[in-house]
Design a protein around this ligand. Sequence first.
Ligand code: NAD
Ligand code: IPM
Ligand code: MN
Length: 366
Amino acid sequence: SRSYRIAVLAGDGIGPEVMSEALRVLDAVEAKFGFTTTREERFVGGAAIDATGHPLPPETIASCEASDAILFGSVGGPKWESLPPDIQPERGALLPLRKHFGLFANLRPGVCLPSLTHASPVKNELIPNGFDVLCVRELTGGVYFGQPKGREERDGEPVAFDTMIYRKSEIDRILRVAFTAAMGRGKRLVSVDKANVLATSVLWRETAVEVAKDFPEVEMSHLYVDNAAMQLVRRPDSFDVLVTENLFGDILSDEMAMISGSLGMLPSASLGKQKEGGLYFGMYEPSGGSAPDIAGKGIANPIAQILSTAMLLRFSLGENEAAAAIEAAVAKAIDDGFRTGDIATGAAGETKVGTAAMADAILARL
Ligand code: NAD
Ligand code: IPM
Ligand code: MN
């Protein structure tokens, strides 16, 4: 039978809580669709610092290298915030993992189900049918990684600096991912930049215009990032695919998550180069973080982790039916009124549940 290897890195805060629910869902689709996975659970982030002194131990990387994909929870939290920046969970584990595996394309599908529009802060009469936006975020370049980056004393006071830098080839490849995604959807692409101020954005826009020539069927437009942030809350359903650089994508995707109901709903896939046969090595994780404010209470929304697992099945394993079955079961659980605290509104017909009971509701609908 078909069998695969997955590195499971649950991490910190709500990571382990939502991960165990996602793994239960994975068990169920394996039984239903006749494939198996070997899972290697490894330390990452704060949990790895506590266990080994390092946020990304070599054995964790080795396990990822030996796998078909990485299922990632989240890392970070107050306990590790005062460590030197380079060994904090985010900069010492998450960013290096993305860089090490060349995961330059981050897909974040912001879907507001019609049955969940009332949980959106956007005026409901504006989104009667919900919306479905795909944010394509560049993930291994820009100001996150540019050198020099640092801090020094100048004229008797500290100064700090980051470098925003993009190579044309980095812009070109992420735009091709976005155009290709648009071809498989509504064929509309909005490229988001700040070309009225930033040199990197001028290069970005130029490259977008060139790449567009290879995708004549896709209608492309440009928005400045400030305007894009505004348009997203004004008319989210006017977007199909949105593509942008690393930091803008980080910010816009949290906004997109909230208007689709909650950050706890938004999955993500971080992909490298496509392999022969069309699959990708990838890392799959909720777009949100370790949520220290609700960790340990059993109330986190497991849907982002569960939908990230569906993306893993589709993009890294090619188990498309299992992926679609998970997505349908999640939609059904939402349609049937199951709500964790972050998406509960008190409306009639809602059943308020915790993390495990939400997963139970999804499992029952698989
Ligand atoms: P966060 O995303 O952890 O939380 C923001 C808000 O969203 C909180 O109120 C939280 O309770 C809520 N939320 C997030 N996920 C939820 C879920 N599944 N269900 C219900 N509510 C949910 O962001 P933050 O508080 O700014 O950061 C906390 C820590 O997480 C920091 O250390 C940060 O660096 C880290 N972080 C990690 C990742 C990652 O590992 N991919 C992503 C973002 C933030
Ligand atoms: C995300 C997170 C990370 C990012 C942090 C934790 C480094 O916010 O995945 O969106 O900024 O990319
Ligand atoms: Mn983020």
